[in-house]
Design a protein. Structure first.
Length: 621
Protein backbone atom coordinates (compact mmCIF):
# COMPACT_ATOMS: atom_id res chain seq x y z
CA UNK A 1 0.00 0.00 0.00
CA UNK A 2 1.07 3.59 -0.58
CA UNK A 3 1.03 6.14 2.23
CA UNK A 4 -2.50 7.40 1.49
CA UNK A 5 -3.91 3.87 1.44
CA UNK A 6 -2.19 3.15 4.76
CA UNK A 7 -3.84 6.21 6.32
CA UNK A 8 -7.22 5.13 4.93
CA UNK A 9 -6.78 1.61 6.32
CA UNK A 10 -5.73 2.97 9.73
CA UNK A 11 -8.88 5.08 9.83
CA UNK A 12 -11.51 2.57 8.72
CA UNK A 13 -10.22 -0.28 10.89
CA UNK A 14 -11.26 1.71 13.97
CA UNK A 15 -14.95 1.64 12.95
CA UNK A 16 -17.55 -1.08 12.49
CA UNK A 17 -17.88 -3.18 10.43
CA UNK A 18 -14.34 -2.72 9.12
CA UNK A 19 -12.95 -3.52 12.58
CA UNK A 20 -14.07 -7.10 11.86
CA UNK A 21 -11.81 -7.43 8.78
CA UNK A 22 -8.38 -9.04 8.68
CA UNK A 23 -5.37 -7.13 7.36
CA UNK A 24 -5.62 -8.52 3.81
CA UNK A 25 -9.27 -7.54 3.44
CA UNK A 26 -8.56 -4.09 4.91
CA UNK A 27 -5.85 -3.60 2.30
CA UNK A 28 -8.30 -4.55 -0.46
CA UNK A 29 -10.88 -2.04 0.78
CA UNK A 30 -8.36 0.76 1.31
CA UNK A 31 -6.91 0.24 -2.17
CA UNK A 32 -10.34 0.60 -3.78
CA UNK A 33 -11.41 3.79 -2.00
CA UNK A 34 -11.80 7.14 -3.76
CA UNK A 35 -11.80 10.36 -1.76
CA UNK A 36 -14.33 13.17 -2.23
CA UNK A 37 -14.05 16.69 -0.81
CA UNK A 38 -17.55 18.19 -0.51
CA UNK A 39 -18.61 21.67 0.54
CA UNK A 40 -21.52 22.28 2.92
CA UNK A 41 -25.00 21.56 1.48
CA UNK A 42 -23.68 19.33 -1.31
CA UNK A 43 -26.26 16.74 -2.39
CA UNK A 44 -24.77 13.24 -2.30
CA UNK A 45 -27.87 11.45 -3.56
CA UNK A 46 -31.63 12.04 -3.69
CA UNK A 47 -34.65 10.03 -2.58
CA UNK A 48 -35.91 7.89 -5.49
CA UNK A 49 -32.57 8.08 -7.34
CA UNK A 50 -31.05 4.89 -8.79
CA UNK A 51 -28.11 3.65 -6.68
CA UNK A 52 -24.60 4.83 -7.36
CA UNK A 53 -21.94 2.11 -7.73
CA UNK A 54 -20.42 2.91 -4.34
CA UNK A 55 -21.32 3.61 -0.72
CA UNK A 56 -19.80 6.13 1.68
CA UNK A 57 -17.86 6.50 4.93
CA UNK A 58 -17.64 9.91 6.57
CA UNK A 59 -13.97 10.74 7.13
CA UNK A 60 -14.55 14.27 8.37
CA UNK A 61 -17.61 16.47 8.79
CA UNK A 62 -21.27 15.43 8.85
CA UNK A 63 -24.03 14.33 6.48
CA UNK A 64 -27.80 14.79 6.91
CA UNK A 65 -30.06 11.86 5.98
CA UNK A 66 -33.63 13.11 5.48
CA UNK A 67 -36.93 12.24 3.80
CA UNK A 68 -39.50 14.84 2.73
CA UNK A 69 -37.58 17.40 4.74
CA UNK A 70 -37.72 15.36 8.00
CA UNK A 71 -34.37 14.47 9.55
CA UNK A 72 -33.85 10.69 9.76
CA UNK A 73 -30.24 10.55 10.85
CA UNK A 74 -26.99 12.48 11.11
CA UNK A 75 -23.81 10.73 10.05
CA UNK A 76 -20.49 11.83 11.42
CA UNK A 77 -16.93 10.50 11.53
CA UNK A 78 -16.82 6.75 10.85
CA UNK A 79 -20.50 6.41 9.88
CA UNK A 80 -21.42 4.40 6.79
CA UNK A 81 -24.32 5.42 4.53
CA UNK A 82 -25.76 4.68 1.09
CA UNK A 83 -25.51 0.87 1.39
CA UNK A 84 -29.14 -0.24 1.38
CA UNK A 85 -29.90 0.77 -2.19
CA UNK A 86 -26.80 -1.05 -3.44
CA UNK A 87 -27.49 -4.30 -1.56
CA UNK A 88 -31.21 -4.26 -2.42
CA UNK A 89 -30.58 -3.01 -5.99
CA UNK A 90 -33.29 -0.43 -5.36
CA UNK A 91 -33.64 3.34 -5.34
CA UNK A 92 -32.52 5.48 -2.41
CA UNK A 93 -35.19 5.93 0.27
CA UNK A 94 -33.81 9.23 1.58
CA UNK A 95 -31.77 12.30 0.66
CA UNK A 96 -28.14 12.62 1.72
CA UNK A 97 -26.66 16.13 1.96
CA UNK A 98 -23.54 17.43 3.66
CA UNK A 99 -24.28 19.45 6.80
CA UNK A 100 -20.80 20.99 6.78
CA UNK A 101 -17.64 20.71 4.72
CA UNK A 102 -16.84 17.02 4.44
CA UNK A 103 -14.28 14.47 3.41
CA UNK A 104 -16.00 11.26 2.23
CA UNK A 105 -14.53 7.89 1.37
CA UNK A 106 -16.29 6.13 -1.54
CA UNK A 107 -16.14 2.31 -1.58
CA UNK A 108 -17.13 0.59 -4.85
CA UNK A 109 -19.58 -2.25 -4.21
CA UNK A 110 -17.91 -4.33 -6.93
CA UNK A 111 -14.67 -4.38 -4.93
CA UNK A 112 -16.56 -5.07 -1.70
CA UNK A 113 -18.78 -7.99 -2.81
CA UNK A 114 -16.19 -10.72 -2.17
CA UNK A 115 -15.52 -9.31 1.29
CA UNK A 116 -19.24 -9.55 2.08
CA UNK A 117 -19.26 -13.18 0.94
CA UNK A 118 -16.22 -14.08 3.03
CA UNK A 119 -17.26 -12.13 6.15
CA UNK A 120 -20.81 -12.98 7.34
CA UNK A 121 -20.46 -10.63 10.33
CA UNK A 122 -19.94 -7.68 7.96
CA UNK A 123 -22.99 -8.69 5.92
CA UNK A 124 -24.95 -8.99 9.18
CA UNK A 125 -23.93 -5.47 10.11
CA UNK A 126 -25.36 -4.00 6.93
CA UNK A 127 -28.51 -6.11 6.72
CA UNK A 128 -29.33 -5.44 10.39
CA UNK A 129 -29.78 -1.76 9.69
CA UNK A 130 -26.73 -0.05 11.17
CA UNK A 131 -25.72 1.73 7.96
CA UNK A 132 -27.62 5.00 7.62
CA UNK A 133 -29.89 6.19 4.84
CA UNK A 134 -32.05 3.10 4.68
CA UNK A 135 -35.27 1.46 5.72
CA UNK A 136 -34.19 -1.69 7.46
CA UNK A 137 -35.14 -3.40 10.75
CA UNK A 138 -33.59 -1.30 13.52
CA UNK A 139 -32.82 -4.18 15.84
CA UNK A 140 -30.03 -3.88 18.44
CA UNK A 141 -27.82 -6.90 18.24
CA UNK A 142 -24.55 -8.20 19.56
CA UNK A 143 -21.87 -8.22 16.91
CA UNK A 144 -20.17 -11.63 16.65
CA UNK A 145 -16.92 -11.73 18.54
CA UNK A 146 -13.77 -13.49 17.46
CA UNK A 147 -12.69 -14.07 21.04
CA UNK A 148 -12.81 -17.66 22.14
CA UNK A 149 -15.17 -18.49 24.97
CA UNK A 150 -13.81 -20.78 27.63
CA UNK A 151 -15.39 -24.19 28.07
CA UNK A 152 -15.92 -23.41 31.74
CA UNK A 153 -18.37 -20.59 31.03
CA UNK A 154 -19.89 -21.87 27.80
CA UNK A 155 -20.73 -25.28 29.23
CA UNK A 156 -23.55 -23.87 31.31
CA UNK A 157 -25.11 -22.39 28.19
CA UNK A 158 -25.22 -25.65 26.26
CA UNK A 159 -28.62 -27.24 25.65
CA UNK A 160 -29.24 -30.51 27.50
CA UNK A 161 -30.95 -33.42 25.79
CA UNK A 162 -33.00 -35.30 28.37
CA UNK A 163 -33.02 -39.08 28.58
CA UNK A 164 -35.92 -40.43 26.53
CA UNK A 165 -36.42 -43.76 28.30
CA UNK A 166 -37.92 -42.77 31.62
CA UNK A 167 -38.71 -45.47 34.17
CA UNK A 168 -42.40 -45.17 35.04
CA UNK A 169 -45.11 -47.00 36.98
CA UNK A 170 -48.72 -46.41 38.03
CA UNK A 171 -49.81 -45.16 41.44
CA UNK A 172 -51.36 -48.56 42.26
CA UNK A 173 -48.09 -50.49 41.84
CA UNK A 174 -46.40 -51.81 44.96
CA UNK A 175 -43.32 -50.17 46.47
CA UNK A 176 -41.51 -53.52 46.29
CA UNK A 177 -42.11 -53.82 42.54
CA UNK A 178 -41.06 -50.25 41.89
CA UNK A 179 -37.83 -50.74 43.87
CA UNK A 180 -37.07 -53.91 41.87
CA UNK A 181 -37.55 -51.97 38.61
CA UNK A 182 -35.21 -49.24 39.81
CA UNK A 183 -32.60 -51.80 40.83
CA UNK A 184 -32.88 -53.70 37.56
CA UNK A 185 -32.52 -50.52 35.48
CA UNK A 186 -29.79 -49.10 37.73
CA UNK A 187 -31.47 -45.74 38.23
CA UNK A 188 -32.21 -43.67 41.33
CA UNK A 189 -35.79 -42.65 40.56
CA UNK A 190 -39.09 -43.76 39.07
CA UNK A 191 -41.90 -41.49 37.88
CA UNK A 192 -45.49 -42.33 38.79
CA UNK A 193 -47.82 -41.57 35.87
CA UNK A 194 -51.47 -41.98 34.94
CA UNK A 195 -52.77 -43.76 31.83
CA UNK A 196 -52.05 -40.70 29.68
CA UNK A 197 -48.42 -40.62 30.90
CA UNK A 198 -49.04 -37.44 32.88
CA UNK A 199 -46.73 -37.21 35.92
CA UNK A 200 -48.39 -37.75 39.30
CA UNK A 201 -45.34 -38.09 41.53
CA UNK A 202 -41.80 -39.40 41.85
CA UNK A 203 -39.97 -41.89 44.07
CA UNK A 204 -36.21 -41.61 44.60
CA UNK A 205 -33.62 -43.64 46.50
CA UNK A 206 -34.01 -41.08 49.28
CA UNK A 207 -37.73 -41.87 49.64
CA UNK A 208 -36.95 -45.59 49.93
CA UNK A 209 -34.29 -44.92 52.58
CA UNK A 210 -36.30 -42.44 54.67
CA UNK A 211 -39.78 -43.94 54.41
CA UNK A 212 -39.41 -47.67 53.76
CA UNK A 213 -36.04 -48.76 55.14
CA UNK A 214 -36.90 -46.99 58.42
CA UNK A 215 -40.12 -49.00 58.72
CA UNK A 216 -42.48 -46.02 58.41
CA UNK A 217 -44.19 -47.57 55.37
CA UNK A 218 -44.47 -51.27 54.49
CA UNK A 219 -42.86 -52.47 51.26
CA UNK A 220 -46.20 -54.04 50.19
CA UNK A 221 -48.00 -50.68 50.23
CA UNK A 222 -48.68 -48.80 46.97
CA UNK A 223 -46.17 -46.30 45.65
CA UNK A 224 -48.74 -43.55 46.22
CA UNK A 225 -47.93 -43.81 49.96
CA UNK A 226 -44.37 -42.58 49.57
CA UNK A 227 -44.21 -40.66 46.29
CA UNK A 228 -43.31 -36.96 46.30
CA UNK A 229 -45.94 -34.84 44.60
CA UNK A 230 -46.26 -32.65 42.62
CA UNK A 231 -43.29 -33.41 40.40
CA UNK A 232 -40.90 -30.62 39.42
CA UNK A 233 -41.52 -30.42 35.66
CA UNK A 234 -39.53 -28.58 33.00
CA UNK A 235 -39.71 -28.15 29.21
CA UNK A 236 -37.18 -29.91 26.96
CA UNK A 237 -33.99 -28.46 25.49
CA UNK A 238 -33.15 -25.82 28.13
CA UNK A 239 -29.56 -25.03 29.04
CA UNK A 240 -27.61 -26.72 31.81
CA UNK A 241 -27.59 -23.49 33.83
CA UNK A 242 -31.37 -23.16 33.48
CA UNK A 243 -31.91 -26.69 34.82
CA UNK A 244 -29.43 -26.23 37.66
CA UNK A 245 -31.10 -23.00 38.78
CA UNK A 246 -34.51 -24.73 38.81
CA UNK A 247 -33.12 -27.62 40.86
CA UNK A 248 -31.53 -25.32 43.38
CA UNK A 249 -34.54 -23.02 43.57
CA UNK A 250 -36.96 -25.91 44.10
CA UNK A 251 -34.42 -27.87 46.21
CA UNK A 252 -34.79 -31.06 44.18
CA UNK A 253 -32.32 -33.39 42.48
CA UNK A 254 -34.58 -34.69 39.70
CA UNK A 255 -36.54 -32.82 37.02
CA UNK A 256 -39.27 -34.47 35.00
CA UNK A 257 -39.24 -33.30 31.37
CA UNK A 258 -42.70 -32.98 29.82
CA UNK A 259 -43.81 -31.78 26.40
CA UNK A 260 -44.54 -28.21 27.52
CA UNK A 261 -42.89 -28.13 30.95
CA UNK A 262 -46.12 -28.54 32.91
CA UNK A 263 -47.73 -31.47 34.75
CA UNK A 264 -50.53 -31.47 32.18
CA UNK A 265 -48.57 -32.99 29.28
CA UNK A 266 -46.89 -36.44 28.98
CA UNK A 267 -43.49 -37.31 30.41
CA UNK A 268 -40.76 -37.42 27.74
CA UNK A 269 -37.53 -37.40 29.74
CA UNK A 270 -35.66 -37.01 33.01
CA UNK A 271 -32.84 -34.68 34.09
CA UNK A 272 -30.90 -35.48 37.25
CA UNK A 273 -28.36 -33.41 39.14
CA UNK A 274 -25.84 -36.17 38.49
CA UNK A 275 -26.40 -35.81 34.73
CA UNK A 276 -25.65 -32.09 34.87
CA UNK A 277 -22.58 -32.41 37.06
CA UNK A 278 -21.13 -34.98 34.67
CA UNK A 279 -21.70 -32.55 31.81
CA UNK A 280 -20.54 -29.38 33.50
CA UNK A 281 -17.90 -30.02 36.07
CA UNK A 282 -17.50 -26.71 37.94
CA UNK A 283 -20.58 -24.48 37.75
CA UNK A 284 -22.46 -21.69 39.57
CA UNK A 285 -24.36 -24.32 41.55
CA UNK A 286 -21.38 -24.43 43.89
CA UNK A 287 -21.99 -20.79 44.89
CA UNK A 288 -25.68 -21.48 45.52
CA UNK A 289 -24.95 -24.61 47.57
CA UNK A 290 -22.35 -22.82 49.65
CA UNK A 291 -24.77 -19.97 50.32
CA UNK A 292 -27.25 -22.51 51.65
CA UNK A 293 -24.63 -23.74 54.10
CA UNK A 294 -23.21 -20.32 55.04
CA UNK A 295 -23.49 -19.39 58.73
CA UNK A 296 -21.80 -15.97 58.64
CA UNK A 297 -22.02 -12.71 56.72
CA UNK A 298 -18.33 -12.93 55.89
CA UNK A 299 -18.88 -16.21 54.08
CA UNK A 300 -21.90 -14.83 52.20
CA UNK A 301 -19.88 -11.74 51.23
CA UNK A 302 -17.07 -13.86 49.84
CA UNK A 303 -19.52 -15.94 47.82
CA UNK A 304 -21.21 -12.82 46.41
CA UNK A 305 -17.78 -11.56 45.28
CA UNK A 306 -17.20 -14.90 43.54
CA UNK A 307 -20.58 -14.43 41.85
CA UNK A 308 -19.61 -10.91 40.72
CA UNK A 309 -16.47 -12.34 39.12
CA UNK A 310 -18.64 -14.91 37.38
CA UNK A 311 -21.04 -12.26 36.05
CA UNK A 312 -18.12 -10.12 34.91
CA UNK A 313 -16.73 -13.06 32.96
CA UNK A 314 -20.14 -13.70 31.40
CA UNK A 315 -20.19 -10.12 30.14
CA UNK A 316 -16.62 -10.30 28.91
CA UNK A 317 -17.35 -13.48 26.98
CA UNK A 318 -20.61 -11.96 25.64
CA UNK A 319 -22.79 -14.80 26.86
CA UNK A 320 -26.57 -14.25 26.56
CA UNK A 321 -27.57 -11.49 28.97
CA UNK A 322 -30.89 -13.21 29.72
CA UNK A 323 -29.08 -16.26 31.09
CA UNK A 324 -26.75 -14.02 33.13
CA UNK A 325 -29.75 -12.19 34.62
CA UNK A 326 -31.43 -15.48 35.56
CA UNK A 327 -28.26 -16.70 37.20
CA UNK A 328 -27.71 -13.39 39.04
CA UNK A 329 -31.33 -13.42 40.23
CA UNK A 330 -31.00 -16.96 41.58
CA UNK A 331 -27.80 -16.04 43.46
CA UNK A 332 -29.11 -12.72 44.79
CA UNK A 333 -32.35 -14.39 45.87
CA UNK A 334 -30.46 -17.15 47.64
CA UNK A 335 -28.24 -14.64 49.45
CA UNK A 336 -31.29 -12.66 50.58
CA UNK A 337 -33.09 -15.84 51.65
CA UNK A 338 -30.10 -16.90 53.74
CA UNK A 339 -29.82 -13.46 55.39
CA UNK A 340 -33.53 -13.49 56.29
CA UNK A 341 -33.34 -17.05 57.57
CA UNK A 342 -30.36 -16.22 59.81
CA UNK A 343 -32.17 -13.13 61.09
CA UNK A 344 -35.25 -15.16 62.06
CA UNK A 345 -32.98 -17.61 63.87
CA UNK A 346 -31.68 -14.66 65.91
CA UNK A 347 -34.93 -12.89 66.79
CA UNK A 348 -37.21 -15.92 66.85
CA UNK A 349 -39.80 -17.36 64.46
CA UNK A 350 -42.28 -14.99 62.80
CA UNK A 351 -45.69 -14.65 64.49
CA UNK A 352 -47.57 -15.19 61.21
CA UNK A 353 -47.00 -15.83 57.53
CA UNK A 354 -45.14 -13.13 55.63
CA UNK A 355 -43.50 -12.48 52.28
CA UNK A 356 -40.38 -10.42 51.66
CA UNK A 357 -40.89 -8.42 48.46
CA UNK A 358 -38.00 -7.48 46.18
CA UNK A 359 -38.52 -4.21 44.28
CA UNK A 360 -36.58 -2.33 41.61
CA UNK A 361 -34.10 -4.22 39.44
CA UNK A 362 -34.12 -7.26 41.74
CA UNK A 363 -37.92 -7.30 41.68
CA UNK A 364 -37.73 -7.32 37.87
CA UNK A 365 -35.00 -10.02 37.95
CA UNK A 366 -32.58 -7.61 36.22
CA UNK A 367 -30.01 -7.01 38.98
CA UNK A 368 -26.46 -8.04 38.08
CA UNK A 369 -24.58 -5.35 40.00
CA UNK A 370 -24.86 -4.81 43.75
CA UNK A 371 -27.19 -1.79 43.71
CA UNK A 372 -29.33 -0.04 46.33
CA UNK A 373 -31.68 -2.06 48.47
CA UNK A 374 -35.31 -1.78 47.32
CA UNK A 375 -37.73 -3.96 49.25
CA UNK A 376 -40.98 -4.15 51.18
CA UNK A 377 -42.75 -6.68 53.40
CA UNK A 378 -46.30 -8.03 53.59
CA UNK A 379 -47.59 -10.11 56.53
CA UNK A 380 -50.80 -12.06 56.83
CA UNK A 381 -52.32 -10.89 60.13
CA UNK A 382 -52.82 -7.49 61.75
CA UNK A 383 -50.94 -6.49 64.91
CA UNK A 384 -47.49 -7.90 64.15
CA UNK A 385 -45.73 -4.94 62.53
CA UNK A 386 -43.26 -4.51 65.43
CA UNK A 387 -41.74 -7.96 64.88
CA UNK A 388 -41.40 -7.49 61.13
CA UNK A 389 -39.87 -4.02 61.48
CA UNK A 390 -37.25 -5.53 63.79
CA UNK A 391 -36.63 -8.28 61.22
CA UNK A 392 -36.41 -5.76 58.37
CA UNK A 393 -33.95 -3.57 60.29
CA UNK A 394 -31.67 -6.54 60.94
CA UNK A 395 -31.85 -7.75 57.33
CA UNK A 396 -31.19 -4.23 55.97
CA UNK A 397 -28.19 -3.82 58.25
CA UNK A 398 -26.73 -7.11 57.07
CA UNK A 399 -27.37 -6.40 53.40
CA UNK A 400 -25.55 -3.10 53.81
CA UNK A 401 -22.59 -4.96 55.30
CA UNK A 402 -22.66 -7.23 52.24
CA UNK A 403 -22.29 -4.28 49.87
CA UNK A 404 -25.92 -3.40 49.11
CA UNK A 405 -26.36 0.25 50.21
CA UNK A 406 -29.63 1.45 51.68
CA UNK A 407 -32.00 3.21 49.32
CA UNK A 408 -31.65 7.01 49.71
CA UNK A 409 -35.43 7.39 49.22
CA UNK A 410 -36.04 4.95 52.13
CA UNK A 411 -37.92 2.40 49.99
CA UNK A 412 -37.32 -0.31 52.54
CA UNK A 413 -39.19 -2.90 54.58
CA UNK A 414 -37.75 -1.23 57.71
CA UNK A 415 -39.85 1.85 56.86
CA UNK A 416 -43.25 1.40 58.62
CA UNK A 417 -44.95 2.72 55.47
CA UNK A 418 -43.69 -0.27 53.48
CA UNK A 419 -44.04 -2.99 56.13
CA UNK A 420 -47.78 -3.68 56.18
CA UNK A 421 -50.38 -6.38 56.58
CA UNK A 422 -51.98 -7.83 53.46
CA UNK A 423 -55.18 -5.87 54.09
CA UNK A 424 -53.30 -2.61 54.61
CA UNK A 425 -51.32 -3.15 51.40
CA UNK A 426 -54.56 -3.72 49.50
CA UNK A 427 -56.00 -0.52 50.93
CA UNK A 428 -52.82 1.35 50.03
CA UNK A 429 -52.87 0.15 46.41
CA UNK A 430 -56.57 0.98 46.14
CA UNK A 431 -55.97 4.56 47.37
CA UNK A 432 -53.13 5.09 44.92
CA UNK A 433 -55.13 3.75 41.98
CA UNK A 434 -58.42 5.49 42.72
CA UNK A 435 -56.91 8.88 43.61
CA UNK A 436 -53.88 8.92 41.32
CA UNK A 437 -52.05 12.15 42.12
CA UNK A 438 -48.38 12.56 41.13
CA UNK A 439 -47.08 10.98 44.35
CA UNK A 440 -49.42 7.99 43.94
CA UNK A 441 -48.21 7.42 40.36
CA UNK A 442 -44.60 7.59 41.58
CA UNK A 443 -45.31 4.98 44.26
CA UNK A 444 -47.08 2.69 41.81
CA UNK A 445 -44.11 2.82 39.46
CA UNK A 446 -41.92 1.67 42.36
CA UNK A 447 -44.16 -0.88 44.05
CA UNK A 448 -45.80 -2.50 41.03
CA UNK A 449 -42.51 -4.26 40.20
CA UNK A 450 -42.61 -6.47 43.29
CA UNK A 451 -41.61 -10.13 43.41
CA UNK A 452 -41.85 -12.46 46.38
CA UNK A 453 -38.40 -13.71 47.43
CA UNK A 454 -38.86 -15.28 50.88
CA UNK A 455 -41.86 -16.56 52.78
CA UNK A 456 -45.42 -17.38 51.78
CA UNK A 457 -45.80 -16.60 48.08
CA UNK A 458 -49.59 -16.69 48.24
CA UNK A 459 -49.40 -13.24 49.86
CA UNK A 460 -47.73 -11.52 46.93
CA UNK A 461 -50.00 -13.44 44.55
CA UNK A 462 -52.98 -12.00 46.45
CA UNK A 463 -51.55 -8.52 46.03
CA UNK A 464 -51.08 -9.03 42.30
CA UNK A 465 -54.68 -10.24 41.92
CA UNK A 466 -55.91 -7.24 43.91
CA UNK A 467 -54.04 -4.80 41.64
CA UNK A 468 -55.44 -6.39 38.50
CA UNK A 469 -58.94 -6.35 39.97
CA UNK A 470 -58.71 -2.69 41.01
CA UNK A 471 -57.20 -1.60 37.71
CA UNK A 472 -60.16 -2.84 35.67
CA UNK A 473 -62.18 0.14 34.53
CA UNK A 474 -59.95 2.86 36.04
CA UNK A 475 -58.98 4.50 32.74
CA UNK A 476 -57.61 7.69 34.34
CA UNK A 477 -55.11 5.74 36.43
CA UNK A 478 -53.57 3.82 33.52
CA UNK A 479 -53.60 6.96 31.37
CA UNK A 480 -51.64 8.84 34.05
CA UNK A 481 -49.18 5.95 34.31
CA UNK A 482 -48.77 6.12 30.54
CA UNK A 483 -48.26 9.90 30.69
CA UNK A 484 -45.50 9.42 33.25
CA UNK A 485 -43.91 6.75 31.02
CA UNK A 486 -43.56 9.18 28.11
CA UNK A 487 -42.31 12.15 30.16
CA UNK A 488 -38.66 11.45 29.28
CA UNK A 489 -38.48 11.34 25.48
CA UNK A 490 -35.71 9.40 23.78
CA UNK A 491 -32.87 11.71 22.63
CA UNK A 492 -33.34 10.87 18.95
CA UNK A 493 -31.54 13.98 17.78
CA UNK A 494 -28.26 13.34 19.59
CA UNK A 495 -25.37 13.90 17.26
CA UNK A 496 -21.70 13.38 18.01
CA UNK A 497 -22.41 13.94 21.70
CA UNK A 498 -25.05 12.20 23.80
CA UNK A 499 -27.38 14.23 26.00
CA UNK A 500 -25.29 14.49 29.17
CA UNK A 501 -25.69 15.88 32.68
CA UNK A 502 -24.89 19.60 32.68
CA UNK A 503 -23.84 19.96 36.32
CA UNK A 504 -23.26 18.13 39.56
CA UNK A 505 -21.25 15.03 40.42
CA UNK A 506 -22.03 13.37 37.08
CA UNK A 507 -21.41 16.39 34.85
CA UNK A 508 -20.72 15.45 31.20
CA UNK A 509 -21.92 11.87 31.71
CA UNK A 510 -24.85 10.14 30.03
CA UNK A 511 -27.62 8.93 32.38
CA UNK A 512 -28.28 5.40 31.10
CA UNK A 513 -30.95 4.70 33.71
CA UNK A 514 -33.02 7.85 33.11
CA UNK A 515 -32.65 8.01 29.33
CA UNK A 516 -32.81 4.32 28.41
CA UNK A 517 -33.73 1.81 31.11
CA UNK A 518 -36.55 3.68 32.86
CA UNK A 519 -38.50 4.44 29.65
CA UNK A 520 -38.29 0.77 28.61
CA UNK A 521 -39.31 -0.39 32.10
CA UNK A 522 -42.12 2.17 32.44
CA UNK A 523 -43.66 1.39 29.03
CA UNK A 524 -43.61 -2.35 29.78
CA UNK A 525 -45.24 -1.81 33.18
CA UNK A 526 -48.14 0.23 31.78
CA UNK A 527 -48.86 -2.25 29.01
CA UNK A 528 -48.54 -5.25 31.34
CA UNK A 529 -50.98 -3.71 33.80
CA UNK A 530 -53.45 -2.89 31.03
CA UNK A 531 -53.38 -6.48 29.76
CA UNK A 532 -53.29 -8.17 33.21
CA UNK A 533 -49.83 -9.67 32.72
CA UNK A 534 -48.61 -10.85 36.15
CA UNK A 535 -44.86 -10.80 35.48
CA UNK A 536 -42.68 -8.09 37.04
CA UNK A 537 -39.76 -8.54 34.62
CA UNK A 538 -39.41 -6.09 31.73
CA UNK A 539 -38.41 -8.58 29.04
CA UNK A 540 -40.97 -11.10 30.34
CA UNK A 541 -43.64 -8.41 30.05
CA UNK A 542 -42.71 -7.62 26.44
CA UNK A 543 -42.62 -11.32 25.57
CA UNK A 544 -46.10 -11.80 27.05
CA UNK A 545 -47.37 -8.70 25.21
CA UNK A 546 -46.56 -10.37 21.89
CA UNK A 547 -49.35 -12.85 22.66
CA UNK A 548 -51.77 -10.08 23.63
CA UNK A 549 -50.92 -7.73 20.74
CA UNK A 550 -49.50 -9.90 17.95
CA UNK A 551 -49.66 -7.01 15.49
CA UNK A 552 -46.93 -5.33 17.60
CA UNK A 553 -44.59 -8.33 17.68
CA UNK A 554 -41.79 -6.59 15.78
CA UNK A 555 -41.84 -3.63 18.18
CA UNK A 556 -41.87 -5.86 21.27
CA UNK A 557 -39.01 -7.96 19.90
CA UNK A 558 -37.02 -4.74 19.51
CA UNK A 559 -38.02 -3.74 23.05
CA UNK A 560 -36.74 -7.05 24.45
CA UNK A 561 -33.41 -6.63 22.68
CA UNK A 562 -33.16 -2.96 23.65
CA UNK A 563 -33.75 -3.83 27.31
CA UNK A 564 -31.18 -6.61 27.26
CA UNK A 565 -28.63 -4.35 25.58
CA UNK A 566 -29.20 -1.58 28.15
CA UNK A 567 -28.84 -4.04 31.05
CA UNK A 568 -25.60 -5.35 29.54
CA UNK A 569 -24.22 -1.86 28.97
CA UNK A 570 -25.08 -0.74 32.51
CA UNK A 571 -23.52 -3.85 34.06
CA UNK A 572 -20.35 -3.52 31.96
CA UNK A 573 -20.07 0.15 32.93
CA UNK A 574 -20.58 -0.72 36.61
CA UNK A 575 -17.91 -3.39 36.63
CA UNK A 576 -15.52 -1.14 34.72
CA UNK A 577 -15.98 1.82 37.08
CA UNK A 578 -16.77 -0.05 40.31
CA UNK A 579 -20.11 1.75 40.69
CA UNK A 580 -23.79 1.17 39.88
CA UNK A 581 -23.19 1.69 36.16
CA UNK A 582 -25.84 4.40 35.82
CA UNK A 583 -23.68 7.17 34.39
CA UNK A 584 -21.48 6.59 31.35
CA UNK A 585 -18.74 8.78 29.95
CA UNK A 586 -19.62 9.18 26.23
CA UNK A 587 -15.99 8.88 25.19
CA UNK A 588 -15.96 5.35 26.65
CA UNK A 589 -18.56 4.22 24.09
CA UNK A 590 -17.37 2.69 20.85
CA UNK A 591 -18.86 3.68 17.52
CA UNK A 592 -20.90 0.48 17.44
CA UNK A 593 -22.22 1.10 20.97
CA UNK A 594 -23.33 4.58 19.92
CA UNK A 595 -25.06 3.13 16.86
CA UNK A 596 -26.81 0.52 18.96
CA UNK A 597 -27.91 3.19 21.44
CA UNK A 598 -29.37 5.15 18.54
CA UNK A 599 -31.37 2.07 17.57
CA UNK A 600 -32.50 1.68 21.20
CA UNK A 601 -33.65 5.33 21.23
CA UNK A 602 -35.78 4.69 18.14
CA UNK A 603 -37.42 1.69 19.82
CA UNK A 604 -38.17 3.78 22.93
CA UNK A 605 -39.67 6.49 20.74
CA UNK A 606 -41.91 3.94 19.00
CA UNK A 607 -43.09 2.58 22.36
CA UNK A 608 -43.80 6.06 23.69
CA UNK A 609 -45.68 7.04 20.54
CA UNK A 610 -47.76 3.89 20.95
CA UNK A 611 -48.66 4.87 24.52
CA UNK A 612 -49.44 8.46 23.55
CA UNK A 613 -51.85 7.26 20.89
CA UNK A 614 -53.41 4.46 22.95
CA UNK A 615 -53.96 6.52 26.11
CA UNK A 616 -54.35 9.99 24.56
CA UNK A 617 -51.73 11.33 26.98
CA UNK A 618 -51.51 14.70 25.21
CA UNK A 619 -55.01 15.51 26.50
CA UNK A 620 -54.05 15.01 30.15
CA UNK A 621 -53.05 17.97 32.27
Amino acid sequence: MNQIQERVADFIKAYPPFDLLKAEALTTVASSIDIDYCEKETAIFKEGQAPLPHFYIVRKGSVRISSNGALIDMCDEGDVFGVRALIANDTYLADAETDEDCILYKIPLAAFKQILIENPAVTHYFTSGFASGKSLPKTPFRMPTSSSVSTHFMSGMQVVESRREVLCCSDSDLIKDAACLMSKRGVGSIVIVDKAMLPLGIITDKDLRNKVATGLVEIHESVAEIMSSPVACVPPDKTQTDYLIIMLTKRVHHLCVTEDGSRHTPVIGMITEHDLLLLQGTNPAVILREMDKATSLDRLGTLRKHAADLFKQHLKQELPIGATCRLATAINDRLLQRVIAMATETIGPPPCKFNWLALGSLGRAEQILQTDQDHALVFAEEGHQAYFLTLAKMVSDQLEQLGFPRDPADVSAENPKWCLSLNDWKKQFTRWMRTPDKEAILHCNIFFDFRGVFGDHTLHEELRKHINHEQTGIDLFTALLAKEAVETPAPLSFFRNLVVERSGTHKDRFDLKLRVLLPLVDCARVLALTHAIPSSGTTDRYEALKQKLPERTTLFNSAVEATQYAIRLKAASGFRNSDNGRYIAPDMLSKLERQMLRSVFETIDDLQQMLKLSFQTDRLR
